[in-house]
Design a protein around this ligand. Structure first.
Ligand code: MUC
Length: 96
């Protein structure tokens, strides 16, 4: 199942810089593990914002939920999710 996810990060302005750096490093490590596993299929920065558009390829809505909840930056994110299905005009066989 494919989901389009928009994540907007809002770290508190008064957050300890070392804490912020650790959260970002932990987030990056997990994001890269999930990409390598094929679960986080696309990750794009939204120009000019501390936000991204992502595509997740997971087996269930529950898996998406659990994945998002475990992100280190989750407590500081606003998240919007759209479920996607195959477009009849798509030429990409791996869209499903
Ligand atoms: O930077 C972001 O968009 C937030 C988050 C998503 C992946 C990652 O490494 O950090």
């Amino acid at each position: 199942m494919l989901f389009h996810v928009k994540m907007t990060v809002n770290l508190p302005l008064d957050m300890n810089p070392e804490r912020a750096a650790q959260l970002k490093a932990d987030e990056k490590a997990l994001a890269q593990r999930l990409q390598a596993a094929g679960k986080w299929r696309h990750l794009w920065r939204i120009a000019g914002l501390y936000a991204n558009y992502s595509v997740f390829d997971v087996d269930s809505v529950q898996e998406l939920h659990d994945t998002l909840m475990q992100l280190p930056l989750y407590p500081y994110m606003a998240i919007e999710v759209d479920a996607m299905c195959r477009h009849p005009s798509s030429i990409h066989e791996d869209d499903r």
